[in-house]
Design a binder for this molecule. Structure first.
Ligand code: NAP
Ligand code: G4F
Length: 348
């Protein structure tokens, strides 16, 4: 007998992770429903190519308007689709922006998960599995040189981080109190050519390529000394699926355990583009000079500094490695190469 195709509902399908997850699930033969927000200009660039994909037909890919700040659309969608798996990737996901729009951030990033989980409880869909996109930003202020794992205490430093802690605990609450298969993936920073342009990796690579082609003079950054554990988004969406296939719902750190500072990321990326940077001065006066042209190409501006900063993130993903058999496949070096190549393609 032919096995029934699984149905996945992805909130946040138009984002970096949503688009890779949709590709991943297409290859696993899922029927995919994605939720997009209404916007005044196109916001589906990351998934438009999927319409031409070999495995795609109008019978297995559906996009719906919706918004996780809107309870009625959320419950109506879940009720009509009755998915086997829900991936909640929807969020106001920019940490710095959460300082400017804290209330909206809490409404989408914190209460969004509550609306979805409460819909599952209300509709008695107790077979539907729920994935929550939790974040290493929840760890917040931590001592340096110590990896964070599933037992590390949270100390969020932004309303984004606080909102993610709310969603993390809400997920566990629905699991323990209402028996829903609800799991948290605590993902460390993950990037790709599809990363939004205001996140630091994409911003750096876009600017350095523009500088190389004389389209931009200077790259202006904030804290050069923040350290992150950067992985590849394509790798990480596989862990989301594995988390929902595990025999019981649980909470999982997903990371690479390799770290790099923002400053090193600039230096390494520039070198790959044939630009040698010499760093001089300190603090807000620190600048990066292009050794061959002697021109200032990197500077610091306090407008990019954060009221609450997370200085050090390094993930210990041993639990996922042991039980989910998940490990990262793409190194930071390969990630930077891919992001640079993608950017260079625009010019060549
Ligand atoms: P992203 O590119 O910013 O995508 C966020 C998605 O959420 C977009 O599809 C966005 O729609 C959608 N969205 C925003 N507000 C919404 C709302 N009110 N209702 C419905 N959808 C809404 O983020 P990402 O990098 O793919 O990350 C995916 C998730 O993982 C996010 O929850 C993020 O917080 C979390 N996370 C990310 C990382 C990382 O390093 N990337 C690490 C840990 C956790 P538009 O396209 O219309 O904006
Ligand atoms: O690229 P970022 O904006 O990412 P951040 O704040 O770590 O958040 C990302 O990762 C989280 C997981 O830990 C996700 F939950 C979240 O959704 C998002 O995907 O900044 C990285 C670091 C920060 O310390 C920031 O202060 O880079 C520093 N930075 C320095 N100059 C800058 C800049 N960040 C940005 N965005 N822009 C700058 O000019």
């Amino acid at each position: 007998m032919k096995r029934k195709k699984k149905i996945a509902l992805i909130f946040g399908i138009t984002g970096q992770d949503g688009s890779y997850l949709a590709e991943f699930l297409i290859n696993k033969n899922y029927i995919i429903h994605g939720v997009k927000r209404r916007s005044s200009s196109a916001n589906t660039q990351r998934i438009d190519h999927l319409h031409d994909s070999i495995n795609f037909t109008n019978k297995n890919f559906f996009i719906h308007y919706g918004d996780v700040t809107d309870s009625s659309s959320t419950i109506n969608l879940i009720n009509s689709i009755k998915p086997d798996e829900i991936y909640n990737l929807a969020a106001q996901s920019h940490v710095k922006v959460s300082f400017d729009i804290p209330e909206y951030t809490a409404n989408s990033t914190a209460l969004g998960s509550l609306r979805i989980l409460e819909a599952l409880r209300f509709l008695k869909l107790n077979k539907t599995k729920y994935y929550q996109a939790s974040s290493s930003e929840m760890f917040g202020r931590q001592s340096r040189n110590k990896s964070q794992n599933e037992n590390t205490k949270f100390h969020p430093m932004s309303i984004y981080g606080v909102s993610k802690v709310f969603s993390y605990h809400t997920t566990i609450y629905y699991r323990e109190a209402h028996g829903i298969f609800a799991a948290n993936g605590i993902l460390f920073n993950h990037e790709s050519p599809r990363r939004g342009p205001t996140f630091v990796t994409k911003k750096i690579i876009q600017a350095l390529v523009r500088i190389k082609f004389n389209k931009q003079k200077v790259l202006t950054l904030g804290n050069l000394y923040a350290i992150r554990d950067w992985g590849h988004a394509k790798d990480y969406v596989g862990s989301m699926w594995k988390i929902l296939q595990y025999k019981k719902p649980d909470d999982w750190v997903i990371a690479t355990n390799h770290i790099m500072s923002v400053k090193e990321f600039v230096t390494v990326s520039a070198k790959k583009l044939g630009i040698q940077i010499k760093w001089i001065n300190k603090g807000l006066n620190e600048v990066g000079i292009n050794l061959s042209t002697k021109k200032k190409i990197v500077k610091v501006d306090k407008k990019y500094l954060r009221a609450g900063e997370v200085d050090f993130l390094k993930g210990d993903y041993n639990k996922a490695k042991k039980l989910l058999k998940w490990k990262p496949k793409v190194s930071i070096d390969q990630l930077i190469n891919e992001m640079i190549d993608d950017e260079l393609n625009l010019y060549e």
